[in-house]
Ligand binder design. Structure first.
Ligand SMILES: N[C@@H](CCC(=O)N[C@@H](CS)C(=O)NCC(=O)O)C(=O)O
Length: 199
């Protein structure tokens, strides 16, 4: 049994969604970032933390890839050319989508007020829009980034696109929007969203 620590409004959502995709049982411990119990497990105080057999693991991408490898689902085999392409998409999600999103968030509500540079959000949006154009070219007309199978980078990319929409960074009509809608219609995503809606 896994324990997922963090609130579903944060990147904890990725781990919840991942476990829902895998159909693995877990307990959700809804603690906010920087909670003393989180700090006791992760020195940065950041969520999510996954506790597996008493061992804490942090960083959502590492957690999701660990779960995929462990359960042999939603991933290609390490050392295969497909895995190289899969990991390239995961890295793209983190660098090109999450980077601007997190930077904009930091300058909106995370950093102490005296360090926030409001105008930086314009640059983040510009960067994000350029990334969408590149992603559109990389995705082409495939259902998911690796073809027909839904893999870890799809979950990270889908989560970043949802994050963008939540802060009103719209997506253009076309293959990226269709991809996002396809991901949102997955039953595991909907179960994760229902958990998020609960207090
Ligand atoms: N790379 C980490 C980032 C985690 C992270 O920054 N989480 C945010 C919530 S979404 C947090 O806990 N922030 C608290 C802080 O920055 O002090 C991951 O993907 O899990």
């Amino acid at each position: 049994m896994y324990t997922v620590i963090g609130t579903p409004q944060t990147r904890t959502m990725r781990v919840i969604w991942m476990l829902e995709e895998l159909g693995e049982p877990y307990t959700l411990d809804r603690r906010p970032p920087r909670d003393p119990a989180v700090r006791a497990l992760n020195p940065s105080g950041k969520v999510p933390v996954l506790v597996d057999d008493g061992v804490p693991i942090f960083d959502s991408v590492a957690i999701c890839q660990y779960l995929a490898d462990k359960h042999g689902r939603m991933t290609f085999k390490a050392g295969s050319i497909e895995r190289a392409h899969q990991d390239s998409f995961t890295q793209f999600a983190v660098d090109e989508f999450e980077g601007p999103l997190w930077f904009a968030a930091k300058h909106s509500f995370v950093l102490p007020e005296e360090y926030r540079v409001t105008d930086v959000k314009r640059a983040c949006r510009y960067d994000f829009d350029r990334a969408i154009a590149v992603f559109s070219q990389r995705l082409q007309d495939r259902a998911y980034v690796m073809g027909e199978s839904f893999t870890v980078p799809d979950l990270i990319l889908g989560n970043c696109l949802a994050w963008a929409l939540a802060i009103k960074w719209s997506l253009p009509e076309g293959n990226v929007r269709d991809y996002y809608d396809r991901i949102c219609s997955r039953p595991a995503h909907q179960r994760a969203m229902a958990l998020r809606a609960q207090a």
